[in-house]
Design a protein around this ligand. Sequence first.
Ligand SMILES: Cc1ncc(COP(=O)(O)O)c(C=O)c1O
Length: 487
Amino acid sequence: MTGTSQDTLDPPDWQEFRSQGHRMLDDILDYLEHIRERPVWQPIPPEVRASFRQGLPAAPEDLATVHETFMRDVLPFGVGNAHPGFMGWVHGGGTPVGMLAEMLAAGLNANLGGRDQMPIEMERQVLRWVRELFGFPDAASGLFVTGTSMANLIGLLVARTFALGTGGRRQGIAASDKRLIAYASAGAHGCIAQAMDLSGIGIDALRMVPVNDRHEMQVAALERAIARDRSAGLTPFLIVGTAGTVDVGAIDPLAALADIAHREKLWFHVDGAYGALAMLATDIAPRLAGIDRADSIAFDFHKWGQVPYDAGFVLVRDGNLHRRTFASPAAYLRRETRGIAAGSPWPCDFGPDLSRGFRALKTWFTIKVYGAERLGRMISGTCALARYMGQRIAEAPMLELLAPVSLNIVCYRYRSENSDLVNADIVAALHESGIAAPSTTTIDGRLAIRAAIVNHRTNASDIDALIRATIAFGEARSEPMPLRKAS
Ligand SMILES: Cc1ncc(COP(=O)(O)O)c(C=O)c1O
């Protein structure tokens, strides 16, 4: 530093910086425009991986050079979820609109923990839309979070306050003589058990209720489990229904779960990580009936909503209870009625994060630019593709469906003697071929190839390519010679 002048990090030559910025924008738009011409995924070359083992760089490097490194060494070796052939796990594809909004958010560099600012008004606008979508009252609160794992944890913590009162926050659950018990289906996502762990209630206090042949929670089994726990002196407090299970896309009978929760005075939380946004799709929304009676809902805009990562959301019917679960007074966060410190309550009163990015902006842009109806049609379209894929599998004698196609997820396998091994090999070969990227799961003890059609770019030709390649790799691997190289 010379004299008292600050060594600002802004560019010395804005014009040159602007030109470089335009080149970077063009490069990433080229990537998105031509994504179909690329492999879905390709392995990271060892030398590229090794080049990211360097020490802390002391000296500056030119922006253009750093950008070149990104284009050469990072961009081609992502997981591939923007690509139409990506069908693994549950990943949204993102949109160019969301990407541009994210750039604006980074430029503004807003911190949405609190204070009086339009970015928070925008988050409140999205909350109003979410309330409207799920038929929740004006008193319902909501919050952007990283993803549904965090949103489920927040829902569970509000349920804990519902059961123990706010005293539990200070004294901890150990001070309570109540042994809290929660219920979710055997198909529930692992983050529900994790939330039980993180909340201090414990994983053993989660009952995994059996499912029927459509992989939906069995209502009678739930009722029996609650009765059994009550008669053992335990305190049932929470039912978690899933709208779109991660394995097969099953929807729990939400209306029946709402009835039971109401009768038993339990908190009813819905994990709708990707499935909840099917409320936008006129043909699927009726199957989510009962979600409007939930006490809290967790879901992601970054899955079926196609908002770039990350954009999870939690909605809580009783906004007051939600706030009482998290709000903590602090002198340095004093609220005012005028000036920047106005606008209370602040988002930090509804969750554990004080520093919060502007996730609302990319979500607001996505909903404004595409509109709710078009997003709903896109969601319906992915389900239609899943049904098409189900039919193609049913028509192929060497393939077998392993679960009913309820939403947008198809679980199947190549028929073979050594089926688990062969199908795991097929999936790895599909990834390495760059043709398509499904993932695997286990259905009734059998390894399944699992295609979750979440990406708005996927079309019937991508499904055809996946089926063709599955059969080709299956045939190649089912020959009597060694199925897998000895390691
Ligand atoms: C049903 C369900 N719940 C929870 C999650 C976790 O969501 P996230 O990855 O946003 O934390 C997922 C992820 O796919 C899911 O499918």
